[in-house]
Design a protein around this ligand. Structure first.
Ligand SMILES: *[C@@H]1O[C@H](CO)[C@@H](O)[C@H](O)[C@H]1NC(C)=O
Ligand SMILES: *[C@@H]1O[C@H](CO)[C@@H](O)[C@H](O)[C@H]1NC(C)=O
Ligand SMILES: *[C@@H]1O[C@H](CO)[C@@H](O)[C@H](O)[C@H]1NC(C)=O
Ligand SMILES: *[C@@H]1O[C@H](CO)[C@@H](O)[C@H](O)[C@H]1NC(C)=O
Ligand SMILES: *[C@@H]1O[C@H](CO)[C@@H](O)[C@H](O)[C@H]1NC(C)=O
Length: 475
């Protein structure tokens, strides 16, 4: 029997962090310039952002202002060309996007935003034929995804290792790319837990697994690296797993200079890489860059559903952190680059950004509260969120609540498809990496999907029940 639940349990993620409200705004230099910036914002606010996804972000206010004006012109040209109806806000919502869903980064929460956007805007989503990843870690084969009649797509949001060459065959070059990453140390703990790494690495006292591991990560190298036979790909659960999902091969973990060039390139290619530790800021930035509305980016924070594990709260010593920084250097480079990038983008937005951030947090809490109430009591009462400086009025009705409250990625996948995933399709699910890791640990080969594994005689594959692994029969 199969039992793979994607994104069933939501991690505590940033629930705690989010409670720490942002401390103080950014210092904006130059009164004249900031005044001008505010004026430009108020007059043309969203247009500034609608094209904001094109490569570079201004580093200074000066550049920011001229960039805005430049984009304003671009915008005008674009709207004439496309004859798009621009709203009074001078802004064209981006209805195409690629969201690279990384592993163990709270994407069960954030994918909901992209799924809802696709549902409400009737987008053609490049979806796996089954549940789970679109493909991993190679681009999908023809039989792995649902084809549209004309072969064009608006969006992608399921697990897929970033591969620009492949994406360019499916999406126009100006399509915004978005992703999310988190602090590599928090990520390590989450990886350790999810992939059963204490056991895989042979660390006996799993309570202290992170501490033990970080004493000397190099010692565990052979066990941490896993070779997936079915695709000839090496993956390392502790070393640069974030960068791996963004296209950096595990074999190149020591090529830091080359990695730095690659990451600089990613920074140009991605409209936004959100940072889980600054999720609200990231989401507000997403709204602005995509010219979406507040209703599109509200997410539901499930505080009651914390997943506990022994080393979750473990705080590393400076030596351990230093080892981790050296071991997983590319991920730290990635994180530092994109955190800087996020805050540079925020600085370019001006102080109005923080007003919106505050507003967004209030609305998110109100909506979450309303939807919890509605889902628990089945009282069908619509909440109307009044128009604001940043977004038109919107209704939080039963459907909206049921979407935002949904725990499982699969549920909204089925809304997008318009039908339930069949049993046969389920067998085509791309194998969850954790199962391949466990298979490998047992000395079995790895498989692309459940169907192939079944054909080879593998049964009883569970992601969460580790003991079931012992029951595997291989013939
Ligand atoms: C990326 O996609 C291209 C085009 O499909 C493919 O040829 C290439 O092998 C892919 N690269 C990786 C690393 O998956
Ligand atoms: C790791 O594996 C390689 C070859 O697979 C072997 O030569 C090496 O001794 C191993 N290292 C450790 C520390 O076990
Ligand atoms: C993996 O590499 C081996 C040796 O180079 C090759 O024979 C095999 O076809 C490759 N397998 C895949 C799935 O690419
Ligand atoms: C991200 O960068 C900002 C601005 O430099 C900094 O204040 C913040 O602490 C960084 N966040 C993390 C989680 O490192
Ligand atoms: C909720 O109320 C609206 C308006 O009265 C109605 O159209 C809708 O079907 C109701 N939904 C549910 C799930 O009861």
């Amino acid at each position: 029997m199969m039992s793979i639940l994607y994104c069933y349990r939501i991690e505590e993620t940033s629930a705690m962090l989010l409670r720490k409200a942002f401390s103080g705004g950014l210092v904006v230099g130059g009164t004249m310039l900031s005044l001008l910036l505010i004026m430009v914002h108020q007059l043309y606010q969203p247009s500034t952002f609608s094209q904001g996804y094109t490569s570079t972000q201004p580093d200074t206010l000066q550049a920011g202002v001229s960039n805005m004006i430049h984009r304003e012109e671009q915008q005008l040209r674009m709207s004439t060309r496309q004859e798009e109806v621009t709203t009074s806000r001078f802004c064209i919502p981006q209805k195409k996007f690629v969201f690279i869903k990384t592993h163990k980064t709270g994407t069960c929460t954030t994918i909901n935003i992209f799924q809802r956007y696709a549902i409400y805007n009737k987008l053609e989503v490049l979806m796996p034929v089954s549940q789970g990843p679109l493909s991993w870690p190679f681009p999908p084969e023809e039989a792995d995804y649902i084809h549209t009649p004309d072969g064009t797509y608006d969006a992608l949001m399921h697990h897929f290792v970033y591969n620009k060459t492949w994406l360019l065959t499916k999406f126009p070059p100006e399509t915004p790319y978005i992703s999310i990453i988190r602090d590599p140390f928090h990520h390590l703990k989450s990886q350790m837990n999810y992939y059963h790494l204490p056991m895989i690495l042979g660390i006996e006292d799993s309570k202290d697994a992170v501490k033990t591991f970080l004493k000397d990560p190099w010692r565990y190298r052979n066990k941490s690296e896993v070779f997936f036979d079915h695709v000839n790909v090496t993956w390392d659960g502790t070393r640069n797993p974030l960068s791996f999902d963004l296209g950096w091969p595990a074999e190149k973990a020591d090529k830091e200079e080359e990695a730095s060039i690659y990451i600089t390139q990613l920074d140009k290619e991605f409209t936004l890489v959100m940072i889980l530790e600054h999720l609200d800021e990231s989401v507000v930035m997403l709204r602005r860059l995509m010219c979406w509305e507040i209703r599109d980016v509200v997410y539901f924070l499930r505080i009651e559903n914390k997943r506990y594990y022994a080393f979750k709260r473990y705080e590393a010593t400076p030596e351990e952190l230093d080892n981790h920084r050296r071991w997983s250097a590319v991920d730290y480079m990635l994180y530092d680059t994109f955190n800087k990038s996020l805050w540079r983008k925020i600085a370019a937005q001006g102080p109005d950004f923080f007003d919106e951030l505050q507003y967004f947090r209030r609305i998110r809490v109100e909506v979450s509260h309303h939807c919890t109430e509605m889902m628990n009591t089945h009282k069908n009462e619509t909440l109307t969120v009044k128009e604001s400086r940043w977004s038109p009025e919107f209704d939080v009705d039963y459907t909206y609540c049921s979407y935002i409250y949904s725990k499982r990625v699969r549920r909204l996948d089925e809304v997008m498809r318009g039908y339930r995933i069949t049993r046969k399709e389920l067998d085509h699910s791309v194998m969850d990496t954790v199962i391949n890791v466990l298979l490998k640990h047992k000395g079995f080969p790895t498989f692309k999907n459940i169907q192939d594994a079944h054909a080879a005689g593998i049964v009883g594959m569970h992601t969460h029940k580790i003991r079931a692994v012992g029951k595997y029969q291989y013939r």
